[in-house]
Design a protein around this ligand. Structure first.
Ligand code: ATP
Ligand code: MG
Length: 244
C-alpha cells in the first residue's frame, strides 16, 4: 500500500505553508497556509487590506514584503529558497494589478519580449487562438489597449513563458461585466490546459463562480479554507469577511 500521497515529505502540487512576511517593521502576512491541486483554481479573498496582494508578492519572492518564515513548494521545487527571477523561471507567474504592459512596444513585441529567454511557453499562434482580440491588435502599442485588452495581454504574456501557476491580482478590476465574461471564459480554457491558478478579486462573487476552492484572509491570516460553493452558500461568512 502506497502512503506517499499523504506523507509530510510530499507537499501538494502548490503548497504555501506558514508564510510570514513584513514591510519593514509592519507584520502583514501572519502565518498563511493553503494547498492547491494541479489544475485547480483557488480564489484568495478578503476585505481591503486583508493581505491578499502581500501574500501573492511573498509567494512570488518579491523583495517587498520580506518573507521571514514559511515554505512555498511548486511541483516539488522550493520557491522559498529562491529569488523572484528564479521563482519565475520555476514557473510561478504573478500578473500584478497594474498589469505592467511595456510602453513603446506593440502587443506582439510585448509577447516576444517574454520569450527571449528560456523556458518559453505557448507559441504566439496558440496565444492568439486563445486571445483573438490580441491578434487583431498585434501591431498596436500595448499601453493603448483598453483595460480589458491590457488584462488579456498581461495574461497572454504570462503564458508566453513556461508556467505552472498563474497568480492573478484583481484581473477584473475596472472592467465591464461583458469583458469579465470574456476573461472568465479564457481562464477556464487555461484551466483545461492544466495550469493552476490563484485569483485575488474584490469581485468575490465572480471569482467564486470561477474557482474550485476559496481561501479567505483577514488581517494576514486564513479564516476560511474550503470549497468555493461553501462560501457562496454561507451568508454569515460572506457578510463577515467579504461584505457581500
Ligand atoms: N509597501 C507597503 N508598506 C507598508 N505596508 C504596506 C505596504 N503595502 C501594503 N501594506 C499594508 O499591508 C496590509 C495588506 O495590504 P495588501 O495590499 O496585501 O492588502 P489586499 O488584501 O491586497 O488589499 P486590497 O483589497 O485593497 O488590494 C495593509 O494594511 C497595507 O496598508
Ligand atoms: Mg491588493
Amino acid at each position: 500500500m502506497s502512503q506517499t500521497e499523504n506523507t509530510p515529505s510530499a507537499p501538494a502540487y502548490f503548497s504555501v505553508s506558514d508564510l510570514h512576511a513584513y514591510y519593514g517593521e509592519s507584520y502583514i502576512v501572519q502565518g498563511v497556509s493553503f494547498d492547491v491541486k494541479e489544475g485547480e483554481i483557488l480564489a484568495l479573498l478578503g476585505r481591503n487590506g486583508a493581505g491578499k496582494t502581500s501574500t501573492l508578492r511573498a509567494i512570488a519572492r518579491l523583495d517587498d514584503p520580506q518573507m521571514t518564515h514559511g515554505e512555498v513548494w511548486l511541483d516539488h521545487q522550493p520557491l522559498h529558497e529562491m529569488r523572484a527571477y528564479q521563482a519565475a523561471q520555476a514557473g510561478c507567474s504573478l500578473v500584478p494589478e497594474d498589469r505592467r504592459i511595456i510602453a513603446g512596444l506593440t502587443v506582439e513585441e510585448n509577447l516576444q519580449l517574454a520569450q527571449i529567454v528560456e523556458p518559453v511557453g505557448w507559441p504566439l499562434k496558440r496565444l492568439y487562438e486563445l486571445f483573438p482580440r490580441l491578434k487583431e491588435r498585434r501591431k498596436q502599442e500595448g499601453v493603448t489597449l483598453s483595460g480589458g485588452e491590457q488584462q488579456m495581454l498581461a495574461i497572454a504574456r504570462a503564458l508566453a513563458r513556461d508556467i505552472k501557476v498563474l497568480l492573478l491580482d484583481e484581473p477584473y478590476e475596472g472592467l465591464a461585466p461583458v469583458i469579465v465574461d470574456e476573461i472568465e471564459k479564457t481562464l477556464n480554457l487555461i484551466k483545461e490546459q492544466g495550469i493552476t491558478t490563484v485569483i485575488v478579486e474584490q469581485n468575490a462573487l465572480r471569482a467564486l463562480a470561477l474557482a474550485d476552492r476559496a481561501v479567505i484572509l483577514d488581517t494576514g491570516t486564513v479564516v476560511f479554507d474550503g470549497l468555493a460553493s461553501e462560501v457562496l452558500e454561507n451568508d454569515e461568512l460572506r457578510a463577515e469577511y467579504l461584505a457581500i
